[in-house]
Design a protein around this ligand. Structure first.
Ligand code: ATP
Ligand code: MG
Length: 724
């Protein structure tokens, strides 16, 4: 793109930001106003007009997916290479720094990133070893505590718990956990940030090197930065006055994880002459969607205040669907998606958003039933699946013997007759000797503290790992993975399991080999890490995000949190009920309620053309049927932007037993003469099953799944359906 094109595709305000002189800048604007576009064009501008080298640019965004997209968009815009440019998440960039300067950061070269699942396991172990009662002290609380403190930049020694016995316990666990991680060369997500910060704090020359290098710093989604990220950024960029941040206070949704909206105002106070530019035109959504979202968010207090308008038409109204129950909700959504596909539109233009991952199961069931391919972001992610974690644990232990989390996972997987008691002995020895589990095993064998069967099984395990390493080090990464999966006994173990699930596990293990094959190391780090280390890090950092298979166009399912920054022509939000969304805890606390409302604002503003908001009158939760009121967020929407779709409920309530089966109930839909699940015949389309119904009188329509032509909506009056 040449310079005039670069600017032509922008409005005046956007242009002002993109072509501004080099300075500190805040772009503050609502959803869909082109903030991310401005950031990408600014990078292109800096390179093409200001002659800045890609090497001097550092851009931060919120997810790996967004980072990859940003790199692609920059490459497209500047028509070439972004070599040497640092684009990534705060975590990804911190990791890169630590890898490059592991010695200065006091880390072993083979240090490994600990994902949240492994962190939880490790903390459970610490709780046990400190002989705390897990019922009284749930591991999750410690995870929150430790990550929270790290996000604030606090080590155990910084916390004064003298007068608070319960906090003293937290600090004790934090300390023991940290010692274990340090010994094992493990770095959790929060630690990545804290260490990277300390790296610069303790090594001023290194900091000054990076301050020199990165003459331009750009941050997307700034409203969700936490204290340590802000501090890190400030160390790097403040002195040079070269930071552009873009964000939207109304989209701050990570307060529960330490994000601070105040950082936006803090930036304008603390950074010299920071200029604020506001964008007010929205290019994403129809007027109905935008006006409704604006109205919703106006119920929050303490906003920085922004305008947002669109030139777009009103568009279709937002549809609110009141389902009988959660099954009906899922079925309705899949029905509408089928309709979308039948109109010849693409499935990857559709997203289903929800508050919590647990909601995805029923939606998945309905999509499967409707033969609609889908992909889940978050939830059971590829790198978090059991069999994958098992295989990765072998790879990790081969890579680094001191990785206690990996050791724990596979010491007896597949079972090799190592009893819990033996493992407990090893743990005790490791704790008292302040060493890692692996080292403790070796010492115990050496000093003959382990005897008989225990000695035999443990030394067999040690040999297995050593042998696996010896036999596989010279192989290419994918062959190495394959070798390890075979010879660790994992494959045989999963093959011995029966059924569909086992087959899927084997498939996933094969997919892991493929992932190794296509994996490309970070080019900046080829010297610093082996392909195996690089891959393991990638797996840990990715585990929070997308799945592996991204080929087929598919409906996307995700939480509203993971939908940040994305946009889709058709969006469904499921589960808009009091107690679900807003969540029960949040309604009791004004700050949290406002964050829920912002989350709803984020969800709604993902939609470009059509938005469905769904809620169910009853829902099975934790084995109990609950009756929820519709979410207050629905009531907060302006009447003229929404329309209600509602089946003639009472009479057509399906029995929950027959989940999605075609014979759900025999009760008839109001005044149609047909019932859910009924077999019907149509002159042109042939035989089918009644799935759904909407409207009343002459307008009423009925949805039928025909054996030959799939699902269709028909106007009852004209369809001339015959019951069969
Ligand atoms: P969010 O707050 O959700 O992250 P955003 O402010 O980052 O949104 P973008 O994703 O950059 O918004 O832009 C929203 C959509 O509007 C994109 O499809 C983008 O290509 C388009 N867009 C932005 N600016 C313009 C413009 N000047 N002309 C035409 N389309 C634009
Ligand atoms: Mg954006």
């Amino acid at each position: 793109m040449d310079v005039s094109e670069l600017l032509d595709s922008l409005n005046d305000k956007q242009r002002e930001a993109v072509a501004a002189p080099k300075q500190n800048m805040l772009v503050l604007a609502g959803a869909g106003s082109g903030k991310t576009r401005v950031l990408v064009h600014r990078i292109a501008w800096l390179m093409q007009v200001e002659g800045i080298s890609s090497h001097s640019i550092l851009a931060v965004t919120f997810t790996n997916k967004a980072a990859a997209e940003m790199r692609a968009r920059v490459e497209q815009t500047v028509g070439g290479n972004t070599h040497g440019m640092w684009i990534g998440t705060f975590h990804g960039l911190a990791h890169r720094l630590l890898r490059m300067h592991f010695q200065e950061a006091n880390l072993p070269q083979s240090f490994q990133v600990l994902d949240s699942d492994d962190q939880l396991r490790l903390i459970k172990r610490i709780i046990r070893s400190l002989e705390l009662d897990e019922k009284k002290w749930p591991a999750k609380q410690f995870v929150w505590y430790i990550n929270g403190k790290k996000d604030e930049g606090l080590r155990p020694q910084h916390i004064d718990a003298q007068f608070d016995p319960s906090e003293a316990v937290f600090v004790k666990v934090y300390k023991a956990y940290q010692e274990t991680c340090d010994r094992a060369g493990l770095v959790d997500f929060a630690e990545l940030l804290l260490r990277a910060h300390e790296l610069w704090l303790n090594n001023p020359e290194l900091l000054s090197h990076y301050q020199q290098r990165f003459s331009q710093i750009l941050v997307d989604e700034f409203q969700d930065t936490n204290a340590i990220q802000y501090a890190w950024l400030t160390m790097l960029g403040k002195a040079r006055s070269n930071v552009m941040i873009v964000g939207d206070d109304d989209q701050s949704i990570y307060g529960w994880r330490g994000a601070k909206i105040e950082n936006i105002e803090r930036f304008t106070r603390e950074y010299d002459d920071a200029q604020t530019i506001r964008l007010e035109q929205n290019y994403r959504s129809t007027a109905n969607i935008l006006n409704a979202a604006n109205k919703l968010i106006s119920n929050n207090n303490n906003r920085l205040g922004k305008e947002l308008w669109t030139q777009d038409d009103a568009g279709e109204k937002i549809a609110i669907y009141t389902a009988f129950n959660e099954i009906d909700e899922a079925r309705f959504i899949s029905g509408r998606i089928k309709q979308w596909r039948d109109e010849g539109k693409k499935l990857d233009e559709v997203a289903i958003l929800y508050r919590s991952n647990a909601q995805s199961r029923l939606l998945e069931e309905a999509l499967l039933q409707g033969q609609l391919p889908y992909r889940i972001y978050g939830g059971q992610r590829f790198f978090e699946r059991q069999e994958i974690k098992d295989a990765l644990a072998y790879m990790r232990l081969i890579n680094n013997r001191d990785d206690d989390a990996a050791f724990e996972r596979i010491i007896n997987t597949p079972t090799r007759g190592i009893g819990n008691q033996t493992v407990a002995l090893v743990r005790d020895a490791a704790r008292s000797g302040e060493t890692t589990l692996w080292q403790a095993c070796k010492q115990m064998l050496h000093s003959q503290q382990l005897k008989g069967r225990s000695a035999k099984t443990i030394s067999a395990f040690i040999e297995l790992i050593e042998q696996l390493e010896d036999d596989s080090t010279n192989l290419d990464l994918d062959q190495q993975a394959n070798f390890i999966i075979q010879h660790s006994g994992l494959k045989a173990m999963y093959q011995a399991e029966k059924g569909e699930r086992a087959a899927q596990r084997i498939e996933n293990l094969n997919e892991l080999v493929t992932a190794c094959q296509t994996f490309e190391s970070d080019p900046e780090l080829v010297e610093e890490q082996t392909p195996l280390t690089a891959f393991l890090t990638h797996a840990a950092l990715e585990s929070g995000e997308s799945q592996a298979d991204e080929y087929e166009p598919a409906v996307q399912l995700m939480t509203m949190h993971s939908a940040k920054g994305l946009e889709f022509p058709l969006v469904f939000i499921a589960g808009l009920e009091e107690g679900m969304f807003p969540s029960q805890q949040s309604v009791e606390e004004i700050g949290r309620l406002e964050e829920e409302r912002r989350l709803c604002y984020v969800g709604m503003t993902r939609a470009m053309h059509k938005l469905y908001l769904c809620h169910a009158e009853s829902r099975r939760l934790y084995g109990q049927e609950k009756f929820h009121k519709a979410s207050r967020f629905l009531r907060e929407l302006p009447d003229d932007c929404v329309e209600e779709i509602r089946m003639q409920s009472q009479v057509a309530k399906p029995a929950t037993k027959g989940r999605f089966s075609s014979t759900i109930t025999m009760e008839t839909f109001a005044n149609t003469g047909f019932s859910l699940g009924q077999q019907v015949m149509h002159a042109k389309f042939g035989e089918g099953v009644v799935l759904n119904y909407e409207g009343s009188g002459a307008q009423s329509r009925i949805q039928v799944n025909f054996a030959d032509v799939g699902t269709k909506w028909l106007v009852v009056e004209y369809a001339n359906l015959q019951a069969i």
